[in-house]
Design a binder for this molecule. Sequence first.
Ligand code: PLP
Length: 228
Amino acid sequence: MSSDLAARLSAIDESIADAARRAGRDAAEITRIVVTKFHPASLVRDLYALGVRDVGENRQQELSAKVEELGALPELRWHFIGQAQTKKAGAIRRAADTVHSVDRTRVADALDRAGEGMAPLDVLLQINLTDDPARGGAAPAEIEALTEHVLGCSTLRLRGVMAVAPLDEEPAKAFARLHGYAERVRGIAPDASWISAGMTGDFAEAIAAGATHLRIGSAITGPRPAQG
Ligand SMILES: *Cc1c(COP(=O)(O)O)cnc(C)c1O
């Protein structure tokens, strides 16, 4: 089991390195986050033993339970990549090192309030690459206002942008737009240089479009167990 995991992990890392080379980029500037949602905490432990230091979860309860079960694993960073509910902000904040899904001022404010006296929280603005508000993410027209707002939240550290490719569009085209949105954020917040994009099916396109953080699940973990 664990040797399959090791093989899949190294195969993906090779593909990442290939895609980076084709894009004329240094793979060392790309962080591969392994998305472990729906898998047991033991999988995170196995990945950790293989050298993985960045893992992603999309549901607060599952994130909190795994963090509690595993306790402190030195240098392990938990990325929250799911829709953030304001009433869960405190729990998200206690469990996550980075939140990729700040898409409304209310979410930013809730995370900020929950972080009084804590170390700053790294956050990304999730941008919607579709016209469907239900897909999550801020509309591109809101980018400047949301950027300014998050910069005013003293316990949040704005790192960049995050997006999920639409289902009905070529990922390369959508990620090119995302690159433009990232530039708009950087025009206001020069340090916010992260671009979180690219999943199992489209990480090569994301790398070509400048992604700095990939969120890869099933290609590494294998198929996800049925949703609880
Ligand atoms: C599940 C998930 C991923 C990983 O998806 P795979 O296709 O399994 O790689 C990436 N990003 C988000 C926001 C997710 O929810």
